[in-house]
Design a protein around this ligand. Structure first.
Ligand SMILES: Cc1cc2nc3c(=O)[nH]c(=O)nc-3n(C[C@H](O)[C@H](O)[C@H](O)COP(=O)(O)O)c2cc1C
Length: 221
């Protein structure tokens, strides 16, 4: 698979086979993704690879906190506080596309919440990668981090592994950090669910759209 093919093939996968991911594959992904560029080669990434009992423990605690109504407090502001166009519509359409695919009605809040909760189990992927950054670093390093994260999704795609980047996995940073023994000086950015895609699952059957080049590119000569 070449890079262009991987870019086209990658998609967010939200249902996985009950099949272990080989540690060697995870290492290969990270060992190649670490070639991502970063300003002054700062390499601001720090990754925890979590599976098995530890994964189960974290998700049980997170789901318990969510069900108890504990307010989520990410270490940083990921989403805008107020959604303006065109992002508001795109966000809404993306959610509706998923719920339509799953046959969940617009008014069926209970099923929507159940589906949302699947986020906290990383959609039952066997592996979660948690990503941290030093709190002393600035916005520039977040650009670097994005390069690293996408490199991971592409490398995983090449190796036949489904994946889904998830901000939801960073909604209860205190629990995650406590379980992984990570200091408060680190910012939990997000997670990536990793595993073999269940290609028969309806939730994996749709593709999201992208706007055309004309809508976001200008050429100057
Ligand atoms: C940093 C980041 C965080 C995301 N967080 C979530 C999430 O919490 N839950 C989820 O289901 N999808 C999440 N996504 C996936 C996006 O919804 C998805 O990338 C987008 O809808 C485009 O679809 P595609 O990835 O299939 O091309 C996230 C993506 C990124 C890049």
């Amino acid at each position: 698979m070449n890079v262009l093919e991987a870019l086209r093939k990658r998609k967010s996968v939200r249902s996985f086979l009950d099949k272990e991911v080989e540690k060697e594959k995870i290492k290969t992904i990270l060992d190649n993704a670490k070639r991502a560029p970063s300003a002054a080669n700062t390499q601001p990434w720090m990754v925890c690879v979590v599976s098995g009992d530890k994964k189960k423990k974290i998700e049980a605690r997170v789901i318990e906190a969510f069900e108890r109504g504990k307010k989520t407090t990410m270490d940083y502001q990921y989403y805008p506080l107020q959604w303006d166009e065109p992002y508001k519509s795109r966000r809404k359409e993306t959610g509706l596309l998923m719920y339509r695919t799953l046959g969940i009605g617009r008014e069926d809040k209970e099923k929507q919440i159940e589906q949302w909760k699947a986020n906290y189990r990383a959609f039952d992927a066997p592996v979660v990668l948690y990503f941290f950054i030093d709190s002393t670093l600035e916005k520039g390093s977040y650009l670097d981090y994005g390069m690293f994260l996408h490199s991971i999704t592409l490398a995983a795609t090449e190796l036949g592994l489904g994946n889904c980047p998830q901000a939801a996995l960073a909604e209860f940073p205190c629990i995650v950090k406590e379980e992984l023994d990570i200091g408060r000086d680190k910012v939990l950015l997000c997670g990536i669910a990793l595993g073999y895609e269940d290609t028969s699952a309806p939730i994996n059957s749709y593709r999201t759209e992208r706007v055309s080049l004309e809508e976001f590119v200008s050429f100057y000569e």
